[in-house]
Design a protein around this ligand. Sequence first.
Ligand code: PLP
Length: 379
Amino acid sequence: MICFNRPPYVGNELEYITDAVNRREICGDGQYTKKCSRWFEERTGAAKVLLTTSCTHATEMAALLADIHPGDEVIMPSYTFVSTANAFVLQGGVPVFVDIRPDTMNLDETKIEAAVTEKTKAIVPVHYAGVACEMDTILDIARRHGLYVIEDAAQGVLSAYKGRALGSIGDYGCYSFHETKNYSMGEGGALLIREEDSVLQAEIIREKGTNRSQFYRGQIDKYTWMDRGSSYLPSEINAAYLWGQLNAAETILEDRMRSWNRYYEGLLPLQEQGKIELPVIPEGCSHNAHMFYIKAADLEERTALIAFLRTREVQAVFHYIPLHTAPAGKRFGRFHGEDRYTTRESERLLRLPLYYGLLPEEADQVVRAVQAFYAGRTL
Ligand SMILES: *Cc1c(COP(=O)(O)O)cnc(C)c1O
């Protein structure tokens, strides 16, 4: 069976973990955490990048930094992971779901402004499959209405929009290093902070509401409770694993890109015959080959295709159930405007196996299996 995902492992992770353990530096904010933070700060231009225990937690931090209060509205797509909404709901925020674009599965930037009310506090673009949302338009709307922009860039590590790293464009950006993402630390994430002036508050929120980070830097002589907060810092053991991955960042990216391009070229004839649709990368976006998806005609065809691929030893999977149709989505949020594409496109989308180390012959086997399914359909 060609499985859908395999956690990335390049081979040097254990060496760094062993080093952290040997030095008895295993709690948070040691040498490996600092190395990873600096690595991302250099590559993204963010004023600060704080490693966190997950992308979910990075988004919770962003909700606290944006000072979300009960009743505040947050505009986001419904086609996303639960954490995008949950982080704000925990503060009493109300997710206002807006339809997506069918080409990228991202928030439709032309539908956002109509959803803005006097209660709107933030816009949360989700860069699906590591392909950027239309950020210029989103930033312009946010500026005119005085809204925060919090990027869910869980899938967008090392992707860019007009040359700017995803996650570093809005006020805050959130990365995931879960084992299903391009770079992993088991469970983990990062909060990117664009402006220097909110770094101190972010450090306090991450350190249980205390100014311990300043204390460790020798800037104050005792630390104390300053604000709301929780424990959002990962252990050095996890950070050491991530550091191993970052040392091989280009290798991982190129490997994934080779598989992505092989799928694209292999499946292009089926798109030209009008049988499936392939991902669209808009002008100005550079992506990270986080995901390769195809779109079948409808839910019924997708279900048949998943079953067929299984008989050919290929594990393909569908993705998000739109949040506005989920029990909690109905309870805590609402959909603004018409659901023209969110449900319809989510029912057609199918993700193919893609991970670091997928072999070219395995990608070819997947392509042949998809071709065989559609050859059979026309008979
Ligand atoms: C993976 C993912 C998350 C959650 O990441 P964790 O690190 O597991 O908390 C959030 N949003 C999106 C879009 C994701 O893909």
